[in-house]
Write a protein that binds this ligand. Structure first.
Ligand code: GCO
Length: 395
């Protein structure tokens, strides 16, 4: 019994990121950050889920769920280990991953930058240095050229707003700077880098849809803080949403709500369940952020949900969250919003950045010692939704 059908051809997907699942990504700024005393990272990524070697097992898991797409990222630090030195072996590896997915009837959705930056680039100012725009566009061209005939979609940069704000504002991501003026300068480099990468990917891989993915939240003002909330939301979201005109899609990534009071960001509201990472259980965020992305872009750019999910040890709670989020998404589609697909974060329990391996976002559990993959009930539930292209009841 379905609770609502999705449009014909709706793209069901799940997602991961290189640094969070591959293992051994020692040449990036994140690996160094994890081993920097005082960085606050709970534990290093180490072998992660050993997906550099076990990617075929991952592809089989996606196929078993009946998903039509799989979003993963390629690692710049592997592809260009030193400035100007391109590793064909690394590019060939990612080409084999794309070919393996396509052999299983799965469209590869390739993210070109997902939080991690090569050490050699970070050491030269990284995203604070405007010359990185050109370097990123050149890197994007190499990748797009090598994967042109096997990529389903290209995501230029994953959550540039998070990298800029947490890396240069809060200081909890590399390079650990706490200076909002510098964070705003980084934001501008990211916007320019995205625009340049769209051009170089289109030149190298004509016809492959290109967009960026943006971390969004259901922003709500408390105690009359509308002005302050609107300023924060503008800085985190609108700056990017206004730069995507002409892109083939906008990747909406939503997890929770942000409450802004007169004194700034507020904690969880009394009576709202709180998740292990300290933020509210708030599946309503998906409908709210999809509606907002559509509004700010004036309905000119198709939307794709490129991340939504929940870090929890309670898999039944995960199914409830996904059901509630997808119910809201159906309402946006019924109101005429052009949503092309939905991606559940994540395929695997993986390295959750500064939180280490604690928060479990995966539809599939990974044994931390043997790397054995064990699909959860949520994988079976999400697979039933994807195969029927309709919302299934919570078991
Ligand atoms: C992000 C990243 C993912 C996270 C996920 C859960 O959105 O922060 O894209 O790498 O793991 O969002 O926090």
């Amino acid at each position: 019994m379905s609770e609502g059908a999705f449009p014909e051809g709706f793209e069901w997907s799940t997602a991961t990121a290189a640094h969070q699942i591959e293992g051994g990504n020692w040449n990036s700024d994140w690996w160094r950050w994890e081993h920097t005393p005082g960085s606050g990272v709970v534990e290093p990524s180490g072998d992660a889920c050993d997906s550099w070697h076990r990617w075929e097992e991952d592809a089989d898991l996606v196929a078993e769920m009946g998903l039509g797409a799989y979003r993963f990222s390629v690692e710049w630090a592997r592809i260009e280990p030193e400035d100007g030195e391109v590793s064909v072996a690394a590019l060939d590896h990612y080409r084999r991953v794309c070919e393996g997915l396509r052999d299983r009837g799965i469209a590869p959705v390739v993210t070109f930058h997902h939080f991690t930056t090569p050490r050699w680039l970070a050491d030269r100012g990284g995203w604070e240095d405007p010359s990185t725009v050109e370097r990123f566009a050149t890197y994007a061209h190499h990748v797009a050229e090598h994967l042109a005939d096997v990529m389903g979609r290209a995501c230029t940069i994953n959550e540039p707003n998070i990298v800029a704000s947490i890396g240069w504002g809060h200081g909890a991501f590399p390079p650990g700077v706490r200076d909002w003026d510098r964070a705003r300068a980084v934001q501008e480099v990211f916007v320019d880098a995205h625009r340049a990468a769209v051009e170089s990917i289109r030149a190298a891989a004509p016809g492959v849809p290109v967009g960026l993915t943006l971390s969004m939240a259901d922003y709500q003002a408390v105690d009359g803080a509308e002005e302050k909330m609107a300023r924060r939301r503008r800085a985190m979201e609108d700056v990017y949403l206004e730069a995507v005109d002409g892109d083939d899609f906008v990747g909406v990534q939503a997890y929770t709500r942000e409450r802004i009071g007169p004194g700034g960001q507020l904690g969880p509201e009394e009576g709202v369940p709180v998740l292990p990472m300290g933020y509210e259980y708030w599946p309503q965020c998906l409908e709210a952020t999809v509606r907002r992305a559509w509004e700010v872009t004036g309905g000119r750019v198709p939307l794709l949900v490129t991340e939504n999910g929940i870090g929890t040890d309670d898999d039944a709670q995960r199914i409830e969250y996904l059901h509630a989020a997808l119910t809201g998404l159906l309402r946006t589609i019924a109101d005429g919003i052009d949503v092309r697909g939905y991606t559940c974060w994540s395929l695997l329990d993986n390295f959750e950045w500064a939180y280490g391996y604690g928060p479990r976002f995966g539809l599939v559990e990974v044994d931390r010692r043997t790397f054995e993959r064990r699909p959860k009930a949520s994988a079976r539930w999400f697979g039933s939704v994807a195969r029927s292209n309709a919302l299934a009841p919570v078991p």
